[in-house]
Design a protein around this ligand. Structure first.
Ligand SMILES: *Cc1c(COP(=O)(O)O)cnc(C)c1O
Length: 415
């Protein structure tokens, strides 16, 4: 019974162009990375899919800190944080984060998690108890959606970034406690949530505002603290989640919140309490990554990243202007997450394959990761991409635009 069912399901996914495939990289994440092909042969590809936005994963200071941390602390932490897994290396990261976010959150304190997915599940389920109501942007990341599904709270979805609709939902709610939940930078669209307005709504309706800075940390704000720094926000109602495996170049995640909120999370977030603390060597490397983000090197890398983003947007707009027959649409985004929406699943996957044939890896993203009918290429840019790398991407896209038809199949070249 089981195998027949599973094979049918898999065949259906395949027919709908929804099969996902694992690929093996044989060098570390970087704009030029070696990857094994289906034939088992190694090939260097120009990558536009990593979330290592500042290129810190390959930074020598991080590798050095990992080695130094491993020498000092060895391998695993041995236990959950409240038992014996919380080391001075973990504490140093929490202290750094508490200090860094103090201008934005009064009495800021931080709590570490092993991944951003875990942090979101932990925070949303802990705050979203049976007396609470959650108000979630429709385009929130899967981990926030899963947190809301697991939480005992009632869940309301509001249309993407629609603060008027959210205001009406909050006004209509009779819940004792309300929590607004949003990505800061939307992971598949790249746009930034209207955080100042969301915070004003949180204040007006006595709610907390949970902001997931997975794609904001390292990228936005003078010190790279994220969209809330860029927006200049300050409130004890802010609850921030950040991941450390993206721009911070290592792994893990954190929650930063006002003292009493943080203390409550420490006492009640089940996947904080019942999960082994991360290896201390990782935390030692995370501290190095955070210092790079907030320091002068971070400032320089953010400036380089902004140049690449501007170059890409200008280049792709020129390609689109030459091909009004194609239904391709570049979403508005000031961040390194750049979405080129094609709509059709097969068309997006064919375009991705056409770029790969030219030596570029730009993933096609399909439902359920994005809404039905909005399959896309998701280009991510890094500070370590050169101007020539971005030019190559734009040129490859221009060639694909000439040779593919609306559904992404090859058409005869016009004379
Ligand atoms: C990647 C991501 C996460 C999960 O973080 P991990 O550390 O990779 O588990 C959470 N939220 C958003 C918006 C993300 O993009």
């Amino acid at each position: 019974m089981w195998f027949e069912h599973l094979n049918t399901q898999l065949a259906q996914r395949e027919a709908a162009q929804l099969t996902r495939r694992l690929r093996v990289a044989t060098s570390g994440t970087a704009p030029h990375q070696r990857v094994l092909g289906a034939d088992g042969r190694e090939r260097e590809l120009l990558m536009f899919c990593s979330n290592d936005y500042l290129g810190l994963a390959a930074h020598p200071a991080i590798a050095h800190a990992l080695v130094e941390g491993a020498r000092q602390w060895g391998g695993g932490s041995g236990a959950s944080p409240l038992v014996s897994g919380h080391t001075a290396a973990h504490e140093a990261v929490a202290q750094w984060l508490g200090d860094a976010y103090a201008p934005h959150i009064p009495q800021a304190r931080a709590l570490g998690f092993c991944t951003g997915y875990m942090a979101n599940l932990g925070v949303v389920t802990a705050l979203g108890d049976a007396e609470a109501e959650l108000f979630c942007d429709r385009l929130n990341h899967a981990s926030l959606i899963d947190g809301a599904r697991l939480a005992r709270a009632r869940v309301q979805l509001y249309p993407h970034a629609d603060t008027a609709a959210l205001d009406a939902l909050l006004a209509a709610s009779a819940a004792r406690r309300k929590l607004i939940v949003t990505d800061s930078v939307f992971s598949m669209d790249g746009d930034v949530a209207p955080l100042a307005e969301l915070l004003a709504l949180a204040e007006r309706h006595d709610a907390l505002l949970l902001v997931d800075e997975a794609h904001g940390l390292g990228v936005l704000g003078q010190r790279g603290l994220g969209a809330i720094e860029a927006a200049g926000l300050r409130s004890e109602r802010l609850v921030l989640v950040g991941t450390l495996g993206k721009a911070a170049g290592v792994a893990g995640a954190f929650v930063v919140a006002h003292g009493p909120v943080l203390e409550y999370l420490l006492q009640t977030a089940r996947n904080y309490i019942f999960s082994t603390a991360s290896p201390p060597a990782l935390e030692h490397a995370v501290l190095a990554g955070l210092r790079l983000i907030a320091g002068s090197e971070g400032v320089q890398r953010r400036a380089a990243l902004r140049e690449r983003i501007a170059q890409w947007r200008e280049g792709v707009r020129a390609v689109l202007a030459q091909h009004p027959e194609l239904p391709w649409r570049l979403l508005e985004s000031p961040t390194p997450v750049q979405a080129l929406v094609l709509g059709d699943n097969a068309a997006a996957m064919r375009l991705s394959a056409a770029l790969e044939a030219q030596g570029l890896r730009v993933p096609g993203i399909r439902p359920p990761t994005v809404p039905e009918g909005s399959a896309r290429l998701r280009v991510t840019l890094c500070a370590t991409h050169s101007a020539a790398d971005v030019s190559r991407l734009v040129a490859a896209l221009a060639l694909a635009a000439q040779t593919l038809d609306v559904s992404g199949r090859c058409r005869e070249l016009a004379a």
